[in-house]
Design a binder for this molecule. Sequence first.
Ligand SMILES: Cc1ncc(COP(=O)(O)O)c(C=O)c1O
Length: 364
Amino acid sequence: MKFVLMGITPANDLVVENLTTLKPKPKDEDLIFGKVYTDRMLLREYKNGAWQTGRILPYQNFSLDPATLVFHYGQEIFEGLKAFRQENGDVVMFRPDENAKRFALSARRMMMPEVPEDYFLKSINKLINLEREWVPKARGNALYIRPTMIATEAILGVKPSDEYYFFTILSPSGPYFKEGFSPTRIKVEDHFVRASIGGTGEAKAGGNYAGSLMAAERAKEDGYSQVLWLDAKEMKYVEEVGAMNIAFVLDNEIITPRLTGSILKGITRKSVLQIAKDLGYKMTEKDITIDTVVETIESGNLTEIFGIGTAASIAPVGEIKYKDKNLSVNDGKVGPTTQAIYDRLIGIQYGSVEDKHGWIHLVE
Ligand SMILES: Cc1ncc(COP(=O)(O)O)c(C=O)c1O
């Protein structure tokens, strides 16, 4: 691993360029997910075996040679986290240290240089602090943060790039699903797979999402908002949803699939495991087959299903389709466990519930 710990410049190695024009800021009530970007972005280049001085510059296009590696072989990783405006006006990030760690994990898997965690945190903190006016005020809205790394060497040849851009853009965002916090419909994919053991499913790599598009689009044509993926080997075990982990309330226990190596290690999932414990629920990480899900919905033992992820936070599932079966979950309504977990998570993020676990990072 020739990159790791080579040529690291200090975490405060960041210059801020002048901004001459400001974009109009959208009203909170007009926000949808991921359509508007703030005035500034962060960019740090890696070349000659070292990270160069990072820059916060006006939001702008890149000019890249058509032979640039990312366009051909997809060496790209990203993260997704949020900054919230709390009730007292503070701007906070939720568990950004976990995103920094997962970004490093993804970088290792994709043969890219790691961004030191301290640099990741401090540079993003600085960017958000400069852009704090853009953090929405309404509960349910947030500033979505998208750290990304791309291979920028211009060469046609399948090999790790010698040059990279690490950049971060910010997007004031509303709810991820147009339904907001109301039950969504998901389709179990029984033909295509997202990731397999030994593949790149655990990394947040763009290619994983490109490969998922066909199934997701077909599901959308049938009126489902996301795909529920099964394991690639047997098409038997439930893994995760398109952009969320998943949990089932079965016989008064919350079950979420265990991390097998092909599932993304969701930070919200990790937080919900703790929240469930705090609220006195039993929550277990274990294998669950799709046949069990179907049978226990039919028998009435499976009472709730919810998705778990940064973008949607907690997404109640009201209907699930598997092969020729359309199954309603909790009569298409939000169940009490889903509601309690949502309230606690959102409460911590927006500052109305005490942050007992040190998950909140004040932007200053
Ligand atoms: C495939 C996939 N699974 C799960 C998640 C949830 O992860 P997190 O809670 O860290 O956002 C995401 C979202 O990033 C995702 O893209």
